[in-house]
Design a protein around this ligand. Structure first.
Ligand code: ADP
Length: 499
């Protein structure tokens, strides 16, 4: 395969920018794509060239596979990086990219296809002796048979859509009376949301941890793992805080999980960067959940502890190069935590809170990384995922990484919209998190909106400051002589109200 000279990133925001930064370091020309809502986004301004794909809705812009490929030809692009989301796990797109003589920075269309179906994935790994959550390994449609199977597994069970993703397409059934109704709902939901009505049953692990393994595979058949990421702090089955390494994974467990992940990658001839997700029960038994065939949102924590640039590795693999390191060369250096800063209101069920970033100031200093795609004054568009940024800290130990994260959160100034920052501060300082004794039910178990600091919002502080200044001005004007200390008084008022 030839060296990549020009790369188009078929994505937006932070991940587009993050990929292009590495491309630039590798001497690769970059092409950004954007919708009309993202015209002035940092990823567009960073790129060497940029192409408008169309109006804001993804279906009219970022998902236009043919248009993206056409633009590649027009601009002499030789490779496409899909990022995450959008077209990244679309096997038809991967195939089209290749068929058009371009390089797809990702795995083969076949690997994407197998792992895109939870049922096909379970079947593919079945000959590799990988622990699976007890359940059915094929689609179920016969209610009576399904009920018998559910009884055998034991309630509570989950009915899952084979094509589901992003925490959607799962139904919890606590008792047999509810089974039929939930199954009918699950099938019709799976059909309408994913265009595929296939569902299967899995034992519901009551308080699991979500731990995943990063893998890298090259075109010569070498596969390594880059340790685990703990992603148990979730809201609505979606991750919000991640860390590496996990506080509960011992070296032996890491090796066993790493080897299982490598086997999963082997089962689909995996090339590129991928993530094998496991669910871990309270006795630390782990079970394969699924494989994500792309760069993961939370990949930075792995980069911090492994010292590897995963995008660089993806690009080298796509160029046909062999991995330059083996499993023995890899080691964990320190501890990294990522919090996802979403434009969401934790006081209101984490509902999106979109609007304008009136103030936007990043924290900085040793061990802090911010991956974002916005600048002050920009609008968070309603059309896409409301993630503003990923805030990552890296330090020698877990405790230090937590302390560093508190400093980073406190130094992050965002006004104009509500964010998950305060929630993340609460979570990482909670005894369950600091002790490492937590699971995916963290939010349900410990979080109540009233536990968040009931400090005034920045906007409220600004309003109060303005009122106070007006009051002081009026008082000054109403007195016949100006007080010499007035200026000082005004700023100290302001200071008090702002802090
Ligand atoms: P998706 O493809 O939608 O991300 P996953 O299968 O990866 O779906 O599951 C997402 C999350 O749902 C997991 O991280 C976990 O919190 C929960 N989950 C999935 N399967 C189970 C299970 N069998 N028991 C309990 N929780 C589960």
């Amino acid at each position: 395969m030839p060296k990549i000279k020009k790369l188009l990133v078929a994505n937006r925001g932070e991940i587009s920018l993050r990929i292009m930064r590495t491309a630039k370091e590798m001497g690769i020309q970059t092409v950004a794509v954007f919708s009309e809502a993202d015209r002035l986004s940092p990823h567009v301004l960073f790129a060497d060239e940029a192409v408008c794909l169309g109006p804001p809705p993804s279906s009219e812009s970022y998902l236009l596979a043919d248009k993206i490929i056409e633009e590649c030809k027009r601009l002499n692009v030789d490779a496409i990086h899909p990022g995450y989301g959008f077209l990244s796990e679309n096997s038809d797109f991967a195939r089209k990219v290749i068929d058009n003589g371009l390089i797809f920075v990702g795995p083969s269309a076949e690997a994407i296809e197998i792992m895109g179906s939870k049922i096909a994935a379970k079947q593919a790994v079945s000959q590799y002796d990988i622990p699976l959550v007890p359940g059915t390994e094929e689609a179920i449609s016969d209610i009576a048979l399904a009920k018998a199977k559910a009884r055998e597994i034991g309630y509570p069970i989950l009915i899952k859509a084979s094509a589901g993703g992003g925490g959607k397409g799962m139904r919890l059934v606590e008792k047999e009376e509810d089974f039929e109704d939930q199954m009918n709902r699950a099938v019709s939901e799976a059909k309408s949301s994913f265009g595929d009505g296939a569902v299967f049953i899995e034992k519901f692990i009551t308080s699991p941890r979500h731990i995943e393994i990063q893998v890298l595979g090259d075109s010569k058949g070498n596969i390594v793992h880059l340790f685990e990421r703990e992603c148990s702090i979730q809201r609505r089955h979606q991750k919000v805080i991640e860390e590496a390494p996990s506080a509960v994974v011992s070296p032996e467990m890491r090796e066993a999980m790493g080897n299982a992940a490598i086997k999963v990658a082997m089962a689909c001839n995996y090339q590129g960067a991928g993530t094998v997700e496991f669910i871990v029960d309270e006795n630390l038994n782990f079970y394969f959940l699924e494989m994500n065939t792309r760069l993961q949102v939370e990949h930075p924590v792995t980069e911090m502890i492994s010292g590897k640039d995963l995008v660089r590795e993806q690009i080298l693999i796509a160029e046909g190069k062999e991995l330059t390191f083996s499993q023995e060369d890899l080691e964990i250096n320190g501890h990294a935590i990522e919090v996802r800063v979403y434009a969401e209101d934790p006081q209101n069920n984490f509902l999106p809170d979109i609007g304008k970033l009136q103030t936007y100031r990043r924290p900085n200093g040793p061990g802090i990384r911010v991956d974002d795609g916005f600048e002050e004054g920009m609008q968070i568009p309603i059309y896409y995922d409301p993630m503003i940024s990923k805030l990552i800290t890296h330090a020698e130990s877990r405790d230090q990484a937590i302390a560093r994260m508190v400093r980073a959160i406190d130094g992050y100034k965002i006004t104009g919209i509500k964010t998950t920052l305060d929630f993340c501060r609460f979570a990482i300082l909670h005894e369950a998190f600091t002790s490492g004794n937590f699971d995916t039910k963290f939010v349900e178990k410990y979080f109540k909106p009233e536990l968040l600091n009931t400090k005034l919002s920045e906007e409220e502080k600004e309003i109060l400051a303005a009122v106070a200044i007006k009051f002081l001005d009026e008082r000054q004007n109403s007195t016949s002589h100006a007080l010499p200390g007035n200026q000082k008084k005004e700023s100290s008022w302001k200071k008090r109200l702002y802090n």
